[in-house]
Design a protein around this ligand. Structure first.
Ligand code: SF4
Ligand code: SF4
Length: 181
């Protein structure tokens, strides 16, 4: 078999160099064919949706953006043990531990806390292994439909505590609803 005959996909077409007819030269038939294709799609079921006005149903096992949780007193749960970073297959998590000062007891639940906690959203594959590895139930992948926004700088995809820690208001609301129930 010659090289010209080899076709991996089996869809190889030999291009013809024959002279175009007068009808082919005015492209009328080609334009009509193109318009017919457009017309055909007008009556087919649409595969696209008008996002963000319309939102698709998400899978029950969907995992969205991470959140570093607070306890019922609003203190950060994370103790900077590093197990989430160790279990992360994408090596997306980095942190720096610090020791809690006596006057910081209302801020951090454990004696050691994450002074810096960062997730590189360009690396993360939202597998949820960090959540499973955490012994303090401190990291959680929310059902939020918000991912990292598009940006120009890679640094902007490194989410720090300012973006990851649960807002204090949310922690208070959770505590209130738990008390009521
Ligand atoms: S979800 Fe998976 S990839 Fe993303 S930070 Fe957690 S362990 Fe790493
Ligand atoms: S989020 Fe959990 S596993 Fe990760 S460092 Fe904090 S306490 Fe440890």
């Amino acid at each position: 078999m010659s090289v010209e005959q080899i076709s991996l996909s089996g869809r190889k077409k030999v291009v013809s160099n024959k002279e175009m007819t007068w009808l082919e030269k005015i492209y009328l038939w080609t334009i009509i064919k193109g318009l017919f294709t457009t017309l055909k799609h007008l009556f087919r079921r649409k595969v696209t949706i008008k996002f963000p006005e319309q939102v698709r149903e998400f899978s029950p096992v969907y995992r969205g953006q991470h959140m570093l949780m607070r306890d019922e007193e609003g203190r950060e749960r994370c103790t900077a043990c590093g197990l989430c970073a160790l279990s992360c297959p994408a090596e997306a998590i980095t942190m720096k531990a610090a020791e809690r000062k006596p006057e910081e007891k209302h801020l951090y639940r454990e004696e050691k806390y994450a002074e810096i906690y960062e997730i590189n959203m360009l690396r993360c594959i939202f597998c949820g292994l960090c959540e499973e590895a955490c012994p303090k139930q401190a990291i959680y992948l929310t059902k939020s439909r918000k991912f990292a926004n598009a940006d120009y700088d890679r640094e902007d995809f490194i989410f720090g505590k300012d973006k990851l820690v649960m807002p204090l208001e949310m922690a208070k609301m959770n505590t209130q609803s738990n008390t009521l129930n």
